[in-house]
Design a protein around this ligand. Sequence first.
Ligand SMILES: [Zn+2]
Length: 190
Amino acid sequence: MYLRVVVPLVVAMIAAGVAGGLGMTGRLRFVPDPAPGRPLAILEEVPGPETGPVCPVDGRYVDEPATGLHPEVLAAWQRLVDAAGAKGVRLCLNDGKRSNGQQQREFDASVRQLGSAELAARYVLPPEKSMHVKGRAVDVQPQDSAIWVERNAPALGWCRRYDNEYWHFEYSPSYATAGCPALLPSATGS
Ligand SMILES: [Zn+2]
């Protein structure tokens, strides 16, 4: 049921993005171009996959395609998956790239659930603050795989960032050289 609704929506969003050039919010953002001469426009408006096939090692999670991540992050994710695989560890990408629209829907759902934007902001980041929207964050499941990443992947530039999210990792080349920053209590600071 879920797939039947979501897949056409994602396809429509991709089509609209390609045809329109502008994302849902109408803002036009450019990010540095990995292929000279062709600006990689509006990464923050690019929708990520909303779901994916069931994670083969734990059916509670999905394993999304890594599409939509920042190109540098996508390459680093592939290196991470390969390094884990070489040790017999299967990483599932339970959530990766989100668009502004996807993040806004999560935020709005939280507002409806909790009753106010102020309360919602304690639990869900608004789009402009989310590293998933910027294409620089991945949520890794199951927990054993996330623990492997936390222990072994800082040298590859992947760091866990939040005390309350064992699954959330962000990539930066500087982490590989300077090490991981101290864990923050949560994404929203609460
Ligand atoms: Zn995350």
